[in-house]
Design a protein around this ligand. Sequence first.
Ligand SMILES: Cc1cc2nc3c(=O)[nH]c(=O)nc-3n(C[C@H](O)[C@H](O)[C@H](O)COP(=O)(O)OP(=O)(O)OC[C@H]3O[C@@H](n4cnc5c(N)ncnc54)[C@H](O)[C@@H]3O)c2cc1C
Length: 308
Amino acid sequence: MILSDLQLSKLSQNHEITVSIDQDLARYNSFRLKSSGDLISVKSLKALRDVVHFFKSERISYRVIGQGSNLVLPETSNWVYLKLELPLASNILNEPQIEYNLPASVQLSLLTQHALKFGLSGWEVFTGIPASLGGAVAMNAGTNLGEIGNIIIDIQVLKSDGEMYSHTKTPASFSYRRNNFLHNGDIIHSVRIKHFGIDSEIPKKIRDYQALRKKTQPLNIPTCGCVFKNRKVVEQGEEKIIRAGQLIDLVGLKGRSVNQLQISHVHANFFENLGRATKEDFLTLVQIVNDEVQSKYGFKFDMEVEVW
Ligand SMILES: Cc1cc2nc3c(=O)[nH]c(=O)nc-3n(C[C@H](O)[C@H](O)[C@H](O)COP(=O)(O)OP(=O)(O)OC[C@H]3O[C@@H](n4cnc5c(N)ncnc54)[C@H](O)[C@@H]3O)c2cc1C
């Protein structure tokens, strides 16, 4: 428990703020490792500002959690988890718009439904990615079809000192699975996105890609998505990608487990949590993979998932 009873009672006076002490975090992240902590949810920009101001004055550290699909959480922590539950204007997804100003907490799956219905070109890039919009922007989430950075106009951010700023996208704003503009403690509040017109091919593209993901990824078991980054190498002047999943398969580690955590038989870059695995189990399995890859190929993989 990070928050004192006094802090808890002060925060609880605001009806747009919900505080859960020692919350089991399993339902707040896709990997469902054994983890608990103090979780604060905010329902408006005003509540978010109030909470950030409170954190600053009480010197409380916090981390923002989106849909929790790219995180390895510790069993306990010395920070509070901050979750945005901002309202989505009821009519915004009724018709296609030229651009959309959306709260960071909106789920990408909702936006995919909208793109499917109206054939929005450019929105196919995030098909099947389990994420909040804020988390997807922070990670520059993407697929073989492209990345979310492509369709961003600008991003509204609240800093840990309570100031707001707007970041207008430039070519330097994003690189592979990362953003280059957020600083420690920054919270994405809302994002303006566009599309590249209506295209009748888009619904089929999205459906085909959804079907492909179902076949090639373990989607019904708790995972954190890809554990390792694919590796870029240059051989005889040519850039090649070494796919982490293929290499883990090649070194014979598919199905290898540590307690209740197992390397997926479906896709070896996914670790499946078969019960209440822990961060420690995760780190042990990462080490097993990297030791094997190092001994056979002389390198270690970089992590794709964020380990907290
Ligand atoms: C089955 C599965 C498949 C996946 N497939 C893909 C894929 O194809 N492509 C891909 O790119 N990823 C994939 N992922 C990983 C994950 O979906 C993405 O990284 C996604 O962008 C994470 O979004 P989130 O909302 O869950 O963020 P979280 O995991 O909650 O957080 C990720 C990071 O974003 C930060 N963050 C979240 N919200 C905010 C905010 N409002 N303001 C500031 N920072 C914030 C967090 O602090 C953290 O640093 C997959 C994951 C799973 C489980």
